[in-house]
Design a protein around this ligand. Structure first.
Ligand SMILES: Nc1ncnc2c1ncn2[C@@H]1O[C@H](COP(=O)(O)OP(=O)(O)OP(=O)(O)O)[C@@H](O)[C@H]1O
Ligand SMILES: [Mg+2]
Length: 287
C-alpha cells in the first residue's frame, strides 16, 4: 500500500443498502486537493451516506473507499480514528454537544484525536516557526475565524441557529483538516445568513487549499462556490476571473438520485443538462 496524497478521497464502485433501500449504488468518484464538490439530490438520495461512508462512519456493502491514498474499507476503528483526524465534518444535524460550552465543543476534535494530541496540536504548515500552540489558542483562532470569539463560554442553546452553524464550522476546521465535509450547511437559514456561511466555507477553502465536499439544496450555494473566491489580500470574497480561473475549474457538481450519481460536471455543464431530474436543482435562489 503506497499512500498517495494527490487523491484526497476515492470511491470505487461503492454500494450501500439498508434492507431493500439502496443508499449508494455503484458510486465512483475522486476528489483532489483544493477541489470542491457540490452535491445535489432529493431527500433520501444518499448525500449524507456519501459523506458518512467517506470517513468510515458507515461501512459500505461493496466497493472500496480510500482517504489520502489509504484504503479505509477494511480498517479497524482505531486506525480509522487517525485518518479521520485529517477530515473536518459539519453534520447535517449540527452535532454540537448541548452540555458542553462553545469552547469545549470546538476543542473536541483536538482533545479526542490521538494523532493531533501527539503532534502537540501543531498541524503542518500552520505555526510555521514550529511554535507549539495550545488547544486553547487553536479554539480561539477557530472561533475568531467564524467571528464568534465572544461566545466561548456560552452553551449552544444560548445561540441562534446561524451562530450554532458557525460554531459547527469552527469545530470542523479547528484541526486544519485537508478535507472538509459540509452536510447542508445553509439548511433552514435565511438567505443573508446562508451567504455568510458560504463565505466562511470559501474562505477556509481558499486560505488552505482544502478539498471540500458540500451537500446542499440551494443552487446559490454551489454557484457561489464555483464563481467566487476569498482574496487574502483584501480579506474579501470576490468574483473569480472567468476562463481558466482556479475555482471555476476545480468546482464540480454532483447530482444523486436513489443512491446513483446521475450527473458529474462543471456548472456550465450542469446548466446545459437536459435531464429533467438534474434540472430541478438549477433554480437560482431555490429552496
Ligand atoms: N440508519 C439507517 N437505517 C435505514 N435506512 C437508512 C439509514 N440511514 C439512511 N437510510 C436510508 O438511506 C437512504 C439515503 O439516506 P441519506 O441520509 O443519505 O439521504 P440524504 O440524501 O442525505 O437525504 P436528506 O436530503 O433528507 O438529508 C435513504 O433512503 C434513507 O432512508
Ligand atoms: Mg442528509
Amino acid at each position: 500500500m503506497t499512500p498517495d496524497d494527490s487523491i484526497v478521497l476515492r470511491f470505487e464502485d461503492v454500494s450501500l443498502h439498508f434492507d431493500a433501500t439502496v443508499a449508494l449504488d455503484h458510486l465512483s468518484l475522486e476528489v483532489h486537493p483544493g477541489q470542491t464538490y457540490v452535491v445535489f439530490g432529493a431527500a433520501g438520495s444518499g448525500k449524507t451516506m456519501l459523506l458518512k461512508v467517506a470517513v468510515g462512519l458507515v461501512r459500505p456493502d461493496s466497493g472500496r473507499v480510500s482517504l489520502f491514498g489509504q484504503e479505509i474499507t477494511g480498517l479497524r476503528e482505531q486506525d480509522l480514528f487517525d485518518i479521520r483526524a485529517r477530515v473536518g465534518i459539519l453534520f447535517q444535524e449540527g452535532g454540537l454537544f448541548d452540555s458542553l460550552t462553545v469552547a469545549e465543543n470546538v476543542a473536541y476534535p483536538l482533545t479526542n484525536q490521538r494523532v493531533l494530541r501527539q503532534a502537540a496540536v501543531t498541524p503542518e504548515g500552520s505555526a510555521g516557526n514550529g511554535a507549539v500552540r495550545t488547544v486553547d489558542d487553536r479554539v480561539r483562532e477557530s472561533l475568531r475565524f467564524v467571528e464568534l470569539e465572544e461566545t466561548l463560554d456560552k452553551f449552544p442553546a444560548e445561540l441562534s441557529g446561524g451562530m450554532r452553524r458557525r460554531v459547527g464550522i469552527a469545530r470542523a476546521v479547528v484541526s486544519a483538516p485537508a478535507l472538509l465535509l459540509y452536510d447542508s450547511p445553509t439548511a433552514g437559514l435565511d438567505p443573508i445568513t446562508a451567504n455568510t456561511i458560504i463565505a466562511l466555507i470559501l474562505k477556509e477553502r481558499d486560505l488552505r487549499n482544502t478539498a471540500t465536499i458540500m451537500v446542499t439544496h440551494r443552487y446559490q450555494d454551489g454557484h457561489l462556490m464555483a464563481n467566487f473566491r476569498y482574496n487574502p489580500n483584501s480579506g474579501q470574497i470576490e468574483r473569480a476571473r472567468g476562463g481558466g480561473d482556479v475555482s471555476q475549474v476545480s468546482t464540480k457538481f454532483l447530482v444523486m438520485n436513489a443512491g446513483r450519481l446521475v450527473f458529474e460536471g462543471t456548472e456550465p455543464e450542469l446548466q446545459a443538462s437536459q435531464d429533467p431530474y438534474v434540472r430541478k436543482f438549477l433554480r437560482v435562489g431555490g429552496a
